[in-house]
Write a new protein. Structure first.
Length: 281
């Protein structure tokens, strides 16, 4: 109470009862307005506590599956220093800029995509920016991009709990997140980091997807857990969240991603994730 009084402009004249209605107690909103030419129903963040777990692949697979369900979908590639979404969908810049903003690039399956790679003259040029500049660019992908009408905007976030995830959680009206992880023993710590950050920001966790879960023998069909025994079910139970899918290692996945035709994959490993997103109100 003393700390609240110290921060309150009316501290000299208020008491506990009067302080309950004080504007100083209200949380400040950092939400940014979307571009006036955008109409987005739901924003979904795809996050991971560490890199290298296939988060962008899961984002792309979810988007492609939602498109197959007839939904209008966009992907905001917030991984500014490691953008991979355009490559997987086979799209290239430059994005068209007009007075009202900039249009995303539309993939062959109709998914709308915005990534820093679509704004650079050279796609292979590294983005050597500090955190606040990167965070500012992500906000502009929301305020300046003309997304049009979308049922779902998936935000592919960089790994960890740094500037960009914090900016997305504070600046965009995120309806929920999907956590992506892999089967290693350290999964408990990694998932908890992402889960706890979402809790701190009052963002619902839709569930967790385990990537690289197993590889299926092409001859006998036996599932082999090349990264060790999965712990995702026990971690999900501990946190009270759903397991939305267990995705295998499959050379066909890599092939389609390299060809820029990720949308041609028709897999059922992620169906529960798609269902969780579609059930958002």
């Amino acid at each position: 109470m003393s700390e609240e009084r110290d921060n309150c402009s009316s501290a000299s004249s208020c008491d506990r009862d009067s302080c309950e209605g004080c504007p100083s107690k209200e949380k400040t909103s950092f939400l940014e307005d979307m571009n006036p030419m955008s109409d987005i129903k739901h924003v979904i963040g795809v996050v991971s506590g560490k890199g290298g777990v296939g988060k962008s692949f899961v984002t792309s697979t979810l988007a492609a599956k939602l498109r197959k369900q007839g939904k209008k979908v966009g992907i905001l590639d917030a991984d500014i220093t490691g953008p991979s979404i355009p490559k997987m969908f086979g799209v290239h810049g430059p994005a068209e800029a007009v007075e009202e903003g900039t249009y995303p690039i539309e993939a062959e399956d109709g998914t709308k995509i915005m990534s820093i790679n679509l704004l650079l003259e050279d796609e292979e040029k590294p983005v050597v920016w500090r955190g606040p500049v990167i965070a500012g660019a992500v906000k502009q992908f929301w305020t300046d991009i003309i997304w049009g009408e979308l049922d779902y905007l998936l935000v592919d976030m960089p790994p960890g709990t740094g500037d960009v995830p914090l900016t997305v959680f504070q600046s965009l009206p995120v309806d929920g997140i999907v956590i992506v992880t892999s089967p290693q023993e350290l999964v408990r710590m990694i998932v908890k980091k992402a889960y706890n950050m979402a809790g701190m920001m009052d963002i619902p966790v839709l569930g967790v997807v385990e990537n690289y879960s197993y590889i299926k023998c092409p001859d006998c069909g036996k599932k082999m857990q090349v990264f060790g025994e999965s712990h995702i079910d026990e971690v999900a139970k501990e946190l009270g969240i759903k397991v939305l899918g267990k995705m295998p290692l499959d050379s066909e996945f890599a092939k389609k991603a390299d060809e820029g035709k990720i949308y041609e994959l028709d897999v059922d490993y992620i169906d529960e994730g798609v269902e969780a997103i579609e059930n958002l109100q």
